[in-house]
Design a protein around this ligand. Structure first.
Ligand SMILES: NC(=O)c1ccc[n+]([C@@H]2O[C@H](COP(=O)([O-])OP(=O)(O)OC[C@H]3O[C@@H](n4cnc5c(N)ncnc54)[C@H](O)[C@@H]3O)[C@@H](O)[C@H]2O)c1
Ligand SMILES: O=C(O)C(=O)C[C@@H](O)[C@H](O)[C@H](O)COP(=O)(O)O
Ligand SMILES: [Zn+2]
Length: 361
């Protein structure tokens, strides 16, 4: 079964992808040689389906565990839940010999990851992702953090996990909306780095939770190679993973958190980025249509709800980390698999792209 090594000097780790892996989590984590106490962080849906299996496996391997369950959904990725989680960990007498295991989607992974980065100034983190978004994207690369009302992911830290355990079988319990949203990140990876995957995705059943392990691993490898090149997003390579995210994050934050799932907002952001890529980067109509067709095939939104105003989206996106000294660093696509960071666009260009989302594609 596939495994991807993320080669980051003293922060290197493996991402293991294997059906049934959750049941082996205890054994695998024990091999890391970390302390014997573990704070498991999960959410109200995931804990119900998969918490028992994880606790059983960790305890069989000799770990002492505490379980910390946050309410499911994006609204939990904020200071309130971070504070409660850190307090619960302190009250449970966790210390520098403890580790955090995140069991859930990207919300759990980002929040628990940030708690691990900051509790006692940093404790080891293991990610066990249970959504497509988290299996192909958020559990890998070390971005952790929380949202502010002003915008997405505005507070956080880089904290690489010590191990990532991806069990595709955990996707069996994922509802269909949450399954489909994950493909926005898969389509993003294909668009920026793997033109062949765009064609292959046409043959995938959008409603099946039996997502092939090798497709998940291929996405992880795309992300891992980019992260190895530019771990802290300083050279610009890692910014390519933000394709569709400038306007997407603006849309996600313009409505109450959780109303739109991350992948749904990114789908809209991808359509807007395709519009700008055709206009400013010479992207062909055929390639733009192919990517857009995939978003539609996976049932992702491509039209912006009229209740979401363009000004609200611009307000949120203008606080994004990709704005540096007033300049927008926007990811455009020249061709399938060929993305770059453009610095020539202004807010009027973005306004036009948001407006383009009002029409039927
Ligand atoms: N750190 C990164 O690099 C990175 C990358 C991509 C996304 N993100 C972040 O990830 C978040 C989105 O993650 P998400 O889409 O996984 O959302 P999520 O974590 O909210 O999960 C979506 C829903 O699915 C439920 N769920 C999760 N796994 C389940 C399972 N196996 N069975 C049944 N229900 C399950 C959850 O309870 C939740 O209701 C956003 O906050 C986004 O900003 C971070
Ligand atoms: O890992 C990255 O780098 C990404 O950009 C992956 C994105 O899919 C993800 O949504 C990430 O959280 C965005 O990060 P941000 O720094 O733009 O907030
Ligand atoms: Zn994303």
């Amino acid at each position: 079964m596939p495994s991807v090594h993320v080669d980051l000097a003293d922060r290197a780790y493996d991402v293991v992808v294997e059906n049934g892996l959750l049941r082996e989590a205890g054994e695998r984590i024990a091999r890391l040689g970390i302390g014997s106490r573990i704070a498991i962080v999960s959410d109200s849906n995931v804990a119900k389906h998969h918490g028992g299996t994880l606790i059983g496996s960790l305890e069989a391997a000799g770990f002492e565990t505490t379980l910390h369950v946050i309410p499911a959904g994006e609204a939990s990725k904020g200071f309130g839940q971070l504070a409660s989680l850190c307090s619960e960990m302190a009250a449970s007498r966790h210390d520098r010999s403890s580790s955090v295991v995140a069991l859930g989607g990207g919300v759990v992974g980002d929040l628990a990851g940030y708690a691990a980065a900051s509790f006692f100034r940093g404790v080891p983190l293991v990610q066990i992702p249970t959504t497509i978004v988290s299996q192909v994207d958020s559990s890998v690369g070390g971005k952790t953090g929380i949202n502010l009302p002003e915008g997405k992911n505005l507070v956080g830290a880089f904290h690489q996990p010590r191990l990532v355990l991806v069990d595709p079988e955990t996707l069996a319990t994922l509802p269909s909306r949450e399954l489909r949203e994950g493909f926005a990140e898969v389509i993003k990876h294909a668009a920026i780095r793997d033109a062949a995957m765009l064609d292959e995705l046409m043959g995938l059943d959008p409603n099946s939770t039996a997502v092939p392990a090798d497709l998940i691993a291929r996405n992880i490898a795309i992300k891992a190679r980019i992260v190895e090149e530019d771990e802290h997003e300083t050279s610009g390579t890692r910014a390519l993973l933000n394709f569709g995210h400038t306007i997407g994050h603006g849309i996600e934050a313009a409505v109450p958190y959780g109303e739109l799932l991350h992948g749904e907002a990114i789908s809209l952001g991808l359509r807007a980025a395709l519009y700008l890529s055709q206009k400013h980067a010479g992207l062909s109509h055929d390639t733009a249509a192919k990517v857009l067709g995939l978003l539609k095939r996976f049932g992702l939104p491509v039209r912006l709800d009229e209740r979401i105003t363009t000004e609200a989206v611009l307000d949120r996106l203008s606080r994004d980390k990709k704005f540096v000294a007033g300049q927008i660093r926007f990811v455009l696509l020249r061709a399938a698999g060929d993305a770059y960071v453009d610095k020539s666009l202004d807010l009027d260009d973005l306004r036009e792209a948001i407006e383009s989302l009002r029409s039927e594609p």
